[in-house]
Ligand binder design. Structure first.
Ligand code: ATP
Ligand code: MG
Length: 367
């Protein structure tokens, strides 16, 4: 059993390639034993950040600290950090046992200990009986479990994983997400995990960071980021979001208030959220699952916002109806609701009301 995971601290970390900045000045602290994910579009700097921590591709500026000790100038093998890649990277000419034992032999541990720890790690990834096989005689998911075992066998206190499930199909990915979580609880290392897949990150992580253009745009718990996105990029990257432009409305007092026209007046709760927001820098965000959809004359409470429109598109996927509704104001809104709450899918062109509570209305930055 490993001792508790390490604390990782990035201080003003930056990575440039010639004149191109792949990682902008980054400050971040990941706590001992935490499962922390980096997500973001292709080219946003996730692998660059991981490579700097691992030491494969040293940072240009700033420091990396493990439990307060600066490791920035240490060679990779001295950093005591385990690494798992997308393409397993098992040694094809070595048996599974030899693959997992490799880091221990490299560290010149006694043969009896190598054998005992390798067997224990194979058991941890629930493949105790495949040691004699070659990697090519395992399935993709099994190979990835062996890659995990090899990365963790010498009990590093920090594990880095770069899209470890990227090569697997959807069902196997989901199964492996549980495997990796269970594995994390057993080995008790700090995990820094990279994925493209926001659902995967949300399901697995204590906290996550969203990267764009070489910088972390926002970090926090999956729920924080989903319910309080800093800007439109974060809102749209994590699930889908309805964004509505706001306009400025002059007030009698001389100032301006933010305004979004809706049925029977203006969007509620906007004035209490405004703060320093302006019509130029802000946008209203409503999550598709916050909205209910009704036909006829709906029962609407004091705090509800309502928009009327007609159905442009209706699809059924995995227990949910997803509607696109064009509002009378000309916006297209997405609504998602469980099919058990509605007997039949509403037909195209049907007149509907979209209703959501004021509390589900977010005012966020455009950028
Ligand atoms: N050796 C290099 N020389 C020059 N530019 C590089 C080098 N390695 C990466 N880059 C650039 O740095 C940026 C960030 O790359 P990085 O690999 O970190 O992205 P990523 O977020 O991991 O993307 P993906 O999701 O596609 O793996 C990209 O624009 C990439 O082209
Ligand atoms: Mg990458």
């Amino acid at each position: 059993m490993a001792e508790r995971g390490a604390r990782l601290t990035l201080v003003d970390l930056e990575k440039t390639y010639g004149t191109f900045t792949a990682l902008r000045r980054t400050n971040l602290q990941i706590e001992p034993g935490e499962f922390f994910s980096l997500i973001g579009p292709s080219g946003s700097g996730k692998t660059t950040l991981l490579g700097a921590v691992a030491g494969f591709s040293p940072a240009s500026r700033g420091r990396i600290e493990i439990d307060g000790t600066d490791i920035s100038s240490m060679p990779p093998f001295m950093r005591n950090i385990g690494m798992v890649f997308q393409n397993y990277a098992l040694f094809p000419h070595m048996s599974v046992f030899e693959n997992v034992a490799f880091p221990l032999k490299l560290r010149k541990l006694p043969a009896a200990e190598v054998k005992q720890r390798t067997q224990a790690m194979l058991a941890t990834v629930r493949l105790p009986d495949v040691g004699h096989r070659m990697p090519s005689q395992l399935s993709g998911g099994q190979q990835q479990r062996i890659a995990l075992a090899r990365a963790a066998v010498y009990s590093p206190r920090m594990l880095l994983m770069d899209e470890p499930l990227g090569a697997l199909d959807k069902n196997l990915r989901e199964e492996m997400q549980f495997e990796i979580k269970a594995f994390h609880r057993k080995v008790d290392a700090t995990v820094l995990y990279v994925t493209h897949d926001q659902d995967e990150a949300a399901a697995m992580s204590d906290r996550l960071a969203i990267m764009n253009g070489g910088e972390i745009v926002q970090h926090g718990t999956p729920r924080d980021l989903y319910e309080h996105p800093r800007n439109a990029f974060v809102a749209c990257f994590l699930g889908s979001a309805n964004l509505i432009d706001v306009t400025a409305k002059p007030q009698a007092s001389g100032g301006q208030s933010l305004h979004v026209p809706i049925k029977g007046g203006a969007l509620k709760a906007l004035d209490t959220m405004s703060g320093t927001a302006t019509a130029a820098n802000s946008v209203v965000c409503i999550r598709p699952e916050s909205i209910r959809i009704e036909t006829g004359t709906p029962a609407v409470s004091e705090d509800d916002n309502t928009l009327e429109g007609r159905i442009l598109d209706a699809v059924y996927t995995a227990g949910m109806f997803r509607y696109q509704v064009e509002t009378d104001q000309g916006a297209v809104m997405t609504v998602r609701l469980p099919s058990v709450r509605q007997s039949d899918m509403l037909p195209m062109s049907a007149r509907v009301s979209l209703i959501w509570p004021a509390a589900a209305t977010l005012l966020i930055n455009k950028e």
